[in-house]
Ligand binder design. Structure first.
Ligand code: ADP
Ligand code: MG
Length: 317
């Protein structure tokens, strides 16, 4: 059953090309979806529309049976049930962790408020930091406080707009794994926006690829990897080598096999050490270049080698 329903959203900012183009997406309750797209593809606009914080030209958003009203239609825009979390934490610098998390609960009964804050501090592993000020915390901890604050009103939907971009890779990966478990436990529906595919894959099994305001593809990472709808979706996962004589046909570096004889001849012109292989840049006699993976790390710059690949692995658009 779909819970969050985004139906044919169209959004044009004044005198501009459309930011969101006929965008539809249905997400079941409790599902975590990662929305991937390059900068300017309309991700933030879409999240703000879903949260009821941005007007749209047409289309509707539904949360269950409830139609989400736009700022034009609602005196106080936005919904407690739908919380948006950004990269900038917007924590109150002179308030403690506990006070920051409890801020949205201001009109609630004291006893409930206390209990809810304790619950969240436990859930987020922040109990020992409850009396600390934001500046006494690491970036990852600050972002957890921001998420705790977003969770305080027991939202049904959490929209994460590139919330971890300012954290280093290790902090980010740890936080994503931790939050994923928390979201699952709370059965909250999540849209995680990122331009980083690896982050997206850490968070979820369902990917949505967005480009120039349009939904390009939705599915499991495997499905999109194997049958990408366009070049952009394909390139999220890896570099693509153009196959000569075959327009709009490509092969992934990981699908090219390297030999010392037999195959298409090429010359190694660059070598880059990566964690699982050496990435080679090879050049053909016609001057065109490919990236390939030397898993055994046997080739050096200047070497000749021969390439072979399974035609079935070629990707055509
Ligand atoms: P993303 O979050 O994927 O980077 P945005 O939703 O921020 O994309 O932006 C999508 C497009 O809409 C961009 O072309 C951007 O310049 C434009 N845009 C975003 N916000 C505004 C605004 N408030 N006024 C005018 N144009 C905007
Ligand atoms: Mg954005």
């Amino acid at each position: 059953m779909s819970y969050l329903k985004i139906d044919s959203i169209q959004k044009v900012y004044q005198n501009d090309k459309p930011a969101i183009v006929d965008f539809s997406l249905e997400i079941p309750r409790g599902q975590i979806v990662s929305l991937v797209g390059e900068s300017g593809s309309g991700k933030s606009t879409l999240l703000r529309i879903i949260a009821g914080l941005e007007n749209k030209n047409s289309g509707e958003v539904f949360l269950g049976e409830e139609r989400i009203l736009t700022p034009k239609e609602k005196l106080v825009p936005g919904y407690d049930e739908i919380q948006l979390v950004f990269q900038e934490y917007h924590l109150y610098p002179n308030s403690t962790v506990e006070e920051n998390i409890g801020r949205p609960l201001i009109q609630y009964e004291k006893e409930y408020k206390k209990q809810r804050i304790n619950q969240l501090l436990n859930l987020l592993g922040l109990v020992e930091f409850r009396d600390k000020l934001p500046r006494q915390l690491s970036g990852g901890q600050q972002q957890k406080v921001a998420i705790g604050r977003a969770l305080s009103l027991e939202p049904q939907v959490i929209l994460l707009d590139e919330p971890f971009s300012s954290l280093d890779t290790i902090q980010r990966r740890e936080l994503i794994v931790e939050l994923k478990a928390i979201f699952r436990k709370l059965e909250v529906t999540v849209i995680f926006v990122t331009h980083d595919l690896d982050d997206a894959l850490q968070m979820t099994e369902t990917l949505v690829v967005m480009q120039k305001g349009k939904l390009i593809q939705k599915g499991s990472p495997e499905a999109i990897f194997e049958k990408p709808k366009n070049l952009y979706a394909a390139k999220l996962f890896s570099h693509l080598n153009p196959v000569s004589q075959k327009p709009k046909t490509y092969i992934r570096p990981s699908d090219v096999l390297l030999f010392k004889s037999a195959g298409t001849a090429a010359k190694v012109i660059d070598k880059q050490y990566l964690v699982h292989y050496n990435q080679l840049t090879v050049q053909f006699s016609n001057g065109s270049e490919w990236k390939v993976e030397d898993k055994k790390r046997v080739f050096a710059v200047g070497d000749r080698l021969y390439l072979q690949w399974d035609k079935a692995k070629e990707i055509s658009f």
